[in-house]
Design a protein around this ligand. Sequence first.
Ligand code: 13P
Ligand code: SF4
Length: 317
Amino acid sequence: VAADADWAREVRRLADERGAVLLAHNYQLPEIQDIADHTGDSLALSRIAAESDAGTIVFCGVHFMAESAKILSPDKTVLIPDERAGCSLADSITAAQLREWKAQHPDAVVVSYVNTTAEVKAETDICCTSSNAVDVVDSIPADREVLFCPDQFLGAHVKRETGRENLHIWAGECHVHAGINGPELAERAAASPDADLFIHPECGCATSALYLAGEGTLPKDKVKILSTGGMLDAARETGATSVLVATEVGMLHQLRRAAPEIDFRAVNDRASCRYMKMITPAALLRCLREGADEVHVPADIAERARGSVERMIAIGK
Ligand code: 13P
Ligand code: SF4
């Protein structure tokens, strides 16, 4: 299926017929981002899904994002164009593992990144995304222990920013971001000394970038640790003419749209999430025609998970 004008017309017609709002994450294919009603980072899309009055939400993103939308709006129909679009980070902790960890720290507050299954969210006190993780942890009284899961690099970033010693971090990672490493970043930065560095906190290189900035190897004012939504805001504000981007490559599309005068380059141009890319033009068309794949979350799990997701979208508003 070619993403041409006929495809675009048909997608819009079917979306109208279903009364559906189309949401696309910043890592989606450019043609999917361009046809969506809204694009954004995980937090922005959760908020839009919660506030939308459309009866059907078509979530062009990965499964946990669509699941979060369903948890927040159990009466809406939530569709994902391909339910096999998973997430290696969400797979790095199970509900049973989290229960075991909680048993070792019975008084701790559990903060889970939104990249988790509904079952894990049901065991969680507050969810967070990369754009509000620091605010979420700051909202917890300083004397309470915190269990932070599943991303170790985002956890390290939060620990650094909050200066909290009583924050325990699960050792999970996203294979795409973990693969963007420090030496590669240092090499690219040395070759473009005037460029800003936009780094997603899930990256394996985030810690070493800050270390190199502390050492003076990388210019401190140029290193920015940002969520994908934060990168778009920073792109509109920076005076830099070139920016090195350390995150999934789908992000470049929105960045180039937001600031066409800036030269954006990927630190690692192989950093592509195969799950995000399962949402193809053909898959979106099929989804709208057939009303599939529909996302279901068992009512008891959704009930227990809802509080943690609602607390997440309320913080930093
Ligand atoms: P954000 O868009 O919230 O920064 O999340 C990045 C991500 O990896 C989602 O899968
Ligand atoms: Fe999950 Fe990583 Fe893909 Fe994001 S980029 S959906 S964290 S596997």
